[in-house]
Design a protein around this ligand. Structure first.
Ligand code: SF4
Length: 213
């Protein structure tokens, strides 16, 4: 497949620095499209939106649902995701741009995002941290798995309890929160897999499960 110039998502997870408004939108689209699928599938959907020159809030709102579903098909659950994208875009359009919107008071923003259709705590915090550069700690399945195995919190810890474990101990810093999240993802891939590979894990010494194995 030939990739048209400028269709590749200009934002990659882990990107640093101040984002353009287009990159902020891509982060938000990515956060919604990567739900229940791998990033590569979400990325292909963003590429398709870029190729169709449709990665813009106003275009997403105006576009017929069928067309949007076709463009984001690679991300799976495309009908539900088309509704989520349209809801998000419609709401963001009323806020004079994503950058300005996400600069508002953090607790209120978090509630506002969570109240939108299809945006749960993880997606809301991802949008705040990576699109807004706000210090909002992202908890994902890896965080819950590693934290409960090590003993940072119980196995049935809620999203907010797990987030509080980190925010109560770390300096309030978007960069630091992003770094921690990246390290957690890396640890989950290298060692703390579904079946953990504790041998060589850098956290083994302080890990309840690892030190017992
Ligand atoms: S020691 Fe084992 S269980 Fe503990 S964090 Fe490392 S891989 Fe996971």
């Amino acid at each position: 497949m030939t990739r048209g110039r400028g269709t590749t998502p200009s934002y990659r997870p882990g990107s640093r620095g101040r984002l353009t408004e287009r990159q902020r939108l891509e982060v938000c689209l990515g956060a919604l499209l990567t739900q229940n699928t791998a990033w590569t599938n979400a990325s292909r959907a963003i590429e398709a939106l870029n190729r169709a020159d449709s990665a813009r809030l106003d275009k997403l709102v105006r576009m017929p649902s069928r067309r949007l579903e076709d463009l984001i098909r690679s991300s799976g659950y495309f009908r539900q995701k088309a509704i989520k994208l349209k809801t998000f875009a419609k709401h963001a359009l009323t806020k004079a741009g994503i950058g300005r919107w996400l600069a508002g008071p953090l607790p209120l923003l978090r509630e506002e995002l969570r109240s939108l259709h299809g945006i749960g705590p993880e997606t809301a915090d991802s949008i705040l941290l990576y699109a807004g550069g706000r210090p909002s700690f992202v908890v994902d399945a890896y965080t819950l798995r590693i934290g409960s195995r090590i003993g940072w919190f119980g196995q049935g810890a809620s999203y907010d309890e797990a987030a509080s474990f980190f925010t109560g101990r770390l300096a309030v810093s978007a960069e630091l929160y992003a770094e921690y999240h990246a390290l957690i993802v890396e640890l989950a891939k290298r060692h703390c897999r579904k079946k953990p590979v504790c041998e060589g894990c850098p956290l083994r010494k302080g890990c309840r499960r690892g030190s017992a194995s």
